[in-house]
Design a protein around this ligand. Structure first.
Ligand SMILES: *Cc1c(COP(=O)(O)O)cnc(C)c1O
Length: 384
């Protein structure tokens, strides 16, 4: 990654577009002959859909998953010819927006199927449709009973063009969990009862479970952004992100003094504390606060891990830098190479996904790896 611009204010999030594209290419190679899509919901997991979608299009991605109709509208402008799926399905009152964006709603209940079907009949068009079947997550999806009902009475499906049948795994991060195979078996049973269509079961972790989970299309999100949630071994992707915050001041704290709200951390010796310009309003988890009895988060100061001392506040953290020479104006790495989003999540009792998607808008975002530099699958591998 390039060095940070000296003008940067409180901090900088550096996002490596080239690495995101490279991560997509690696996963696409891994799952071939299945197709590799990209999940770009929640503003591409907080990293900026406006920059990431074009980079992925350029890399060769042809199928994108968003959650909401609003995200679909944005994605359509950025990827005019891609196939676009809306994972939240047919939100009440949003059919027009989905149609205008040529987005395919992932229908997940009989109510949605009936409504989309009625609309197709009304406008006299076969509407592109994805069907979500529930295989044990018990979140979104048609139940086995719903699928049975559609098999007996397929009327609502008649005006629909079913392009994809999908389901979602509950425990794909753990390859030893028998629930994976159980869900896969249910998926096969249910899709045999529905019109024939390409199938999709795997997200980032599911695709690591092997070829039987790939079907025709995989839909990674987290892995594209460097996430490593799979517990069966490393996902072959690399970090795309560096979050650097500014040291506002370094202060001497006498032994016995407390630091921060509620005095929850007390210096056991004469200490030096760096006050750093990131807080929970920037998405840094407050649960990474530290007391003397319970360690919290760590940051990388000149390559040395330094512990947070006391509470994470709205705009600031305080870091024990007693043993590291650090100056006002220095940037410290809050996330980056050597300090993964998973580690930051673990320190805060949460997961990397939550850390990633909450990174706020207050930091300057710097994108490196210009589109023109990104290897395109069309030129690098001779594909279209
Ligand atoms: C968010 C989401 C994904 C992507 O999951 P990752 O773990 O980020 O790869 C795939 N499918 C569905 C249904 C999702 O909601």
């Amino acid at each position: 990654m390039t060095s940070l611009p000296p003008s940067a204010g409180p901090g900088v999030i550096t996002i490596d577009l080239r690495q995101i594209a490279a991560n997509w290419c690696v996963l696409a190679d891994l799952v071939r002959p299945a197709e590799c899509g990209a999940v770009v919901k929640a503003n591409a997991y907080g990293l900026g859909a406006d920059r990431i979608i074009p980079a992925l299009v350029h890399a060769g991605c042809r199928s994108f998953f968003v959650a909401t109709p609003g995200e679909a509208t944005q994605a359509r402008m950025l990827a005019p010819t891609a196939t676009l799926y809306a994972l939240d399905g047919l939100l009440a009152g949003c059919a027009d927006e989905l149609l205008a964006a040529s987005a395919i709603p992932v229908l997940a209940s009989m109510a949605e199927v009936r409504e989309w079907s009625a609309l197709a009949t009304q406008i006299g068009a076969r509407l592109a449709t994805a069907l979500h079947v529930d295989t044990g997550l018990n979140r979104l999806g048609l139940s086995a009973g719903d699928v049975e009902a559609l098999m007996r009475e397929p009327g609502p499906l008649a005006p629909l063009d079913v392009r994809l049948i999908m389901s979602h795994l509950a425990s794909a991060d753990d390859p030893a969990d028998p629930k994976n195979e159980a869900q896969r078996a249910v998926f096969d049973t249910l899709r045999a009862r529905l019109p024939e269509a390409p199938a999709s079961l795997a997200a980032s972790d599911g695709l690591m479970l092997g070829a039987p989970y790939h079907y025709e299309l995989v839909r990674p999100g987290y892995g594209l952004y460097g996430g490593q949630a799979f517990r069966g071994g490393p996902t072959p992707v690399a970090s795309v992100l560096r979050v650097a915050a500014r040291v506002l001041q370094v202060r001497d704290v006498s032994a016995g003094e407390t630091v921060g709200y509620s005095g929850s951390w007390r210096a056991g010796r004469a200490a030096r504390v760096a006050v750093v310009s990131i807080g929970y309003a920037d998405g840094y988890p407050r649960a990474a606060s530290a007391t003397n009895d319970m360690a919290g988060g760590r940051v990388l100061v000149r390559g040395v891990f330094c512990p947070i001392a006391g509470r994470v506040s709205m705009d600031l953290i305080t870091v024990d830098v007693t043993d590291v020479p650090v100056l006002r104006g220095d940037l410290v790495d809050v996330i980056g190479p050597g300090l993964s989003i998973e580690t930051v999540g673990t320190h805060a009792g949460t997961i990397g996904y939550e850390v990633l998607t909450r990174l706020g808008q207050r930091f300057e975002r710097v994108y490196v790896g210009e589109e023109a530099d990104i290897p395109s699958s069309r030129t690098s591998r001779g594909e279209g």
